[in-house]
Design a protein around this ligand. Structure first.
Ligand code: 13P
Ligand code: 13P
Ligand code: MG
Ligand code: MG
Length: 364
């Protein structure tokens, strides 16, 4: 019904890679689509789109149940479980990688999958962009989101559009303290940058207009800490609404024209450039990378997704891709040295404690 809120849920998990962590076996999205087609017939979801970014399976769902809905989370969990079964049959790499718990506990928070959900009343025309990353850790959206929503050199609408001129409100999650804060741009830009620039700790969780209209949401949450580690935040997703008092589609995509350096890449333990690519090119192969971002665009209509548009499948992003490849060449030459390699406390793998204890008797 028009006037009723629609919820867009992007729920993602790595349920098995093909080959290694480099891409997605076609049987996996096929299986997910078959299940979701039935769920749509039963009215459990209004619409769905299944895609992949690298080795991550991405479910894009619309429904009327609101955010954090148990039924929608359970449905996504069942899809991932079933697809992980297919991955096991095919002996795919890391089958079931992101399904960390045996039983569904009422919410996907803390279970492994990443979730980005946004609810709104559809405008007369509702362009929405869904960004999905692979081989990238959770802070990856901070820089482009700042550019898109707070930097007039990226987004001229901040200066020339009456409906954007007042600025935006950012919600920042401090992953260390487990607390969030809301900050306004342009007046608090410098304080905001002090936090958002520290992107391994502070994550832009959402952005709204001053009147509360939701504009963007990323797949991080406060609750998903397991044994001191956040889960479901790697290879994150991001939803951004566009146009009519929000940044235009082109202003949003422009935020990705510079392939900034992000944490992730090989073994989740390196820094590399984020390359904007089409879905077909979201195949991180060189040194398991470099990190990729894809974007699907939709025109929602009465809760239904349109056919997706593959937004980075455009020659105007060729120079960004070339710059990313050149940056990859440069940074790779550092081999096992920082800053290409992350600082030891940030690495997913480390041999250092063992090496230090082995060397302890020889230390003086
Ligand atoms: P409209 O005036 O059609 O909204 O287009 C302006 C714009 O957003 C260009 O990016
Ligand atoms: P994923 O997080 O995409 O599965 O990649 C893991 C990895 O180790 C890549 O080298
Ligand atoms: Mg993987
Ligand atoms: Mg991945």
């Amino acid at each position: 019904m028009p006037g009723e809120k629609v919820t867009l849920s992007v729920i993602k998990a790595d349920v098995g890679g093909f080959v290694g962590h480099s891409a997605m076996h076609p049987h996996l999205p096929k299986r997910a689509r078959a299940i979701l087609a039935e769920e749509k017939k039963d009215g459990k979801v209004a619409d769905y789109c299944v895609t992949h970014c690298g080795d991550d399976l991405e479910l894009i769902l619309t429904h009327r149940n609101g955010e954090g809905d148990e039924g929608i989370h359970r449905l996504a969990w069942e899809v991932f479980r079933s697809v992980a079964e297919t991955a096991r049959e095919l002996a795919l790499y890391g089958a079931g990688q992101d399904l960390l718990k045996a039983e569904f506990g009422g919410s996907l928070d803390g279970m492994g999958p990443g979730v980005a959900e946004i609810s709104f009343i559809e405008r007369k025309s509702e362009p929405v962009l869904v960004f999905m990353a692979d081989k990238a850790r959770r802070g990856v959206w901070n820089l482009p989101l700042y550019k898109v929503f707070a930097d007039p050199f990226n987004t001229p609408g901040l200066v020339i559009d009456n409906y954007m001129h007042e600025g935006f409100e950012f919600e920042i999650l401090d992953t260390q303290a487990g607390k969030s804060v809301r900050m306004r741009t342009p007046e608090e830009s410098y304080d905001l940058l002090a936090l958002a620039g520290f992107s391994s700790r502070f994550i832009v969780k959402s952005i709204s207009k001053r009147d509360g209209t939701p504009a963007a949401v990323s797949s991080v949450s406060q609750l998903s800490k397991i044994a001191g580690r956040y889960v479901g935040h790697e290879d994150p997703a991001l939803v951004v609404r566009a146009q009519a008092g929000l940044p235009s589609v082109g202003e949003i995509l422009e935020g990705f024209s510079f392939p900034h350096l992000v944490e992730g890449w090989m073994r989740g333990s390196h820094i590399g450039p984020l390359m904007p690519v089409s879905v077909a090119h979201s195949t991180p192969t060189r040194f398991d990378g470099p990190p990729r971002v894809i974007c699907l665009g939709f025109q929602l209509a009465d809760g239904k997704l349109s056919e997706p548009r593959d937004m980075f499948d455009d020659i105007s992003f060729d120079t960004a891709r070339k710059a990313a490849s050149e940056a990859a060449d440069y940074i790779r030459r550092h081999g096992p040295f920082e800053p290409h390699r992350l600082a030891d406390e940030k690495m997913e793998y480390s041999t250092l404690p063992g090496i230090i204890s082995k060397l302890a008797p020889r230390m003086y």
